[in-house]
Design a protein around this ligand. Sequence first.
Ligand code: ATP
Ligand code: MG
Length: 254
Amino acid sequence: MTTTATPPVLTAVGLRKAYGSGTAAVHAVAGIDVDLMPGEILAIMGASGSGKTTLLHLLAGLIRPDSGSIRLEGVDVAVASDARITALRRERIGVVFQAYNLMPTMSVLDNVALPLLLAGSRRSQARTVAAERLAAVGMESFAKRRPPLLSGGEQQRVAIARALVSNPQVVLADEPTGNLDRKNVLAVCELLRQVAAADGRAVAVVTHEPMVAAYADRIVVLADGRVSDQFQRSEVGSVEQLATRCFHAVDGIA
Ligand SMILES: Nc1ncnc2c1ncn2[C@@H]1O[C@H](COP(=O)(O)OP(=O)(O)OP(=O)(O)O)[C@@H](O)[C@H]1O
Ligand SMILES: [Mg+2]
């Protein structure tokens, strides 16, 4: 729920990011304001190439904006030192990458345990928590396998378990259900809902799937690196109506 009284978990203002320069520059994010409220799932939709991944990576501190600010826990991620951003990401931010980014030579269990190990947890403790997270995405029986031996959907669920393992305050998920069947899509949506429901936490999920956006509290639609529409989930009725509004916004019809 968005209320004016509660401060956002994350606030981004005036974000811009271009790749390349001069006439060849691609203005992937061309002036975006967005915030994440505690308890909220925000869905980010938009056509391929509209800037969704770039925006998510900016919010995660993985890339720096050309201009604008991103405040999380009193830190401006846009200008903080690399060391400060690394610490913030370790402690506060969980990222599910569009391409999973699992470590191919490590077991599934150790992939999920990695954020905890990097944060200084003992190996046995990290593995215990990692096993719990794997169970939450139905992947406990794959703990000893290496990621290259998993299907796309299985890797995706491992990536989700890894992003959630340290109970981050902000979860930023890029197409986390793109390779999942309907049953697992719903399971992941329920999991993201549980994450957002925990104290002072927020989730942003990039998705092409209206069914996933229907789980969100608020929907932002991007077109050409800008917000072309945004609305509360409660403003549209069915998933079909939501899809119509999002795709019309994408096409510039709405
Ligand atoms: N590293 C890069 N160098 C140059 N251009 C890039 C780079 N990354 C992205 N782009 C360009 O920036 C624009 C936005 O890309 P982005 O990956 O953010 O889109 P997206 O909305 O996530 O698309 P998709 O739905 O296909 O994942 C695209 O035109 C893309 O080609
Ligand atoms: Mg993308």
